[in-house]
Design a binder for this molecule. Structure first.
Ligand code: SF4
Ligand code: SF4
Length: 342
């Protein structure tokens, strides 16, 4: 599909027209940070954001979501997908969404997630500001972002808009687009290549080599206990991660004890209760009892276990976990450096 150009002076009118056509979600400022939220006006859109507090997966896989409502023996599914546009997603979050799509589609497809995902037009955008703990320039280079419908790149005087799908192309009618010149397309390519060299952190080794080293360290309990020594088991590193997708399902009953909802909420494997199971008669067992075991599990999931299925690590280098960790021990770059030199 061919590339298009829109002048900076025409861009607000384009976003305004999108907002009139459908609900549009994009990066907006929240005090000194950024969040994905519904846009009421084009002025709220902050394409100069570095990273959002939570990843955009929350729009398809909310922190808490009713799956089924019941009343006696009557059941009603609660999937109410909304046609929407998700605008301004950085390429690392596009990669993460693509991984989540695959994981929710395999075996028993998760229709609650997929229905929300499929009725969304996803517009990726170039990165204009780099988050302080980001390392997306060096992690999983073998995995290309591909779940988006269009890619928007800021260049001198405007934006290059490259549709990838008919859904992405359908948005062109809302703006004063012209054909992008070869020079403008080349400038966009250069901007997207150059920004990858500006990450403050870098993984020095390729994913396959890291995976081998991390796997080889599995039985080194002293190392894992040391890495997790200051862990509060709070689960923040899981909660902010765009590639974490574990959830808990509970039936929440109304006071009539007849009706209620089956609800799912995000879960976190770093919390103590995550791996606790009932053995009946009041007994229970925790199959990842120590902080070291839980810390190891997270790093194995990110660097080793899913690599074959995803074609690369289950980490996209957003740096959210590093910023969210009170003890500052969750940073995958530092953890991997310590494992490699152990
Ligand atoms: S592990 Fe950390 S850096 Fe990697 S994707 Fe998750 S939050 Fe981002
Ligand atoms: S955010 Fe830090 S302290 Fe909290 S569970 Fe993760 S590693 Fe442990």
């Amino acid at each position: 599909m061919s590339a298009h150009f829109i002048k900076e002076s025409d861009f607000k009118a384009f976003v305004s027209a999108l907002i009139k056509a459908k609900p549009v979600y994009g990066p907006t400022a929240k005090r000194s940070k950024f969040v994905f939220s519904r846009l009421e006006s084009p002025e709220q859109l902050r394409l100069d954001y570095d990273v959002t507090l939570l990843p955009p997966k929350k729009l398809f896989f909310p922190t808490s979501q009713d799956l089924v409502r019941f009343d006696g023996d009557k059941f009603e599914a609660c999937v109410q997908p909304e046609e929407k546009i998700l605008f301004g997603v950085h390429f690392y979050d596009v990669k993460a969404l693509d991984m989540t799509d695959l994981l929710f589609r395999e075996k028993n497809p998760d229709w609650n997630y997929l229905a929300h995902r499929e009725c969304t037009t996803l517009v990726a955008s170039s990165i204009q500001a780099v988050a302080p703990r980001a390392f997306w320039g060096s992690v999983g280079r073998e995995v290309q972002p591909k779940g988006h419908d269009a890619f928007l790149t800021k260049i001198q005087g405007g934006f290059v808009y490259e549709p990838r799908t008919p859904k992405g192309e359908a948005l062109l009618k809302h703006g004063a687009f012209g054909k992008a010149s070869d020079e403008q397309v080349a400038e966009a390519r250069k901007a997207n290549d150059d920004i990858k060299k500006r990450c403050p952190q870098e993984l020095k080794k390729p994913s396959a080599s890291i995976a081998r080293k991390v796997r080889a360290a599995f039985d080194d309990e002293t190392l894992w206990d040391k890495l997790a020594e200051d862990c509060f088991s709070c689960g923040s590193c899981n909660t902010v991660c765009p590639t974490c997708y574990c959830f808990d399902v509970q039936d929440v009953w109304n006071v009539d004890q007849k009706s209620g909802a089956r609800t799912r909420t995000w879960d976190a494997c770093l919390t103590r209760e995550f791996a606790e199971v009932s053995l009946g008669a009041g007994a229970h067992e925790n199959f990842r009892e120590s902080r070291g075991e839980r810390f190891r599990h997270r790093i194995m999931r990110k660097a080793v276990y899913l690599n074959e299925k995803l074609g690369g690590p289950a980490c996209v280098g957003c740096g959210r976990c590093s910023s969210a960790c009170t003890s500052d021990i969750a940073d995958p770059v530092r953890v991997i450096e310590q494992i490699v030199k152990a």
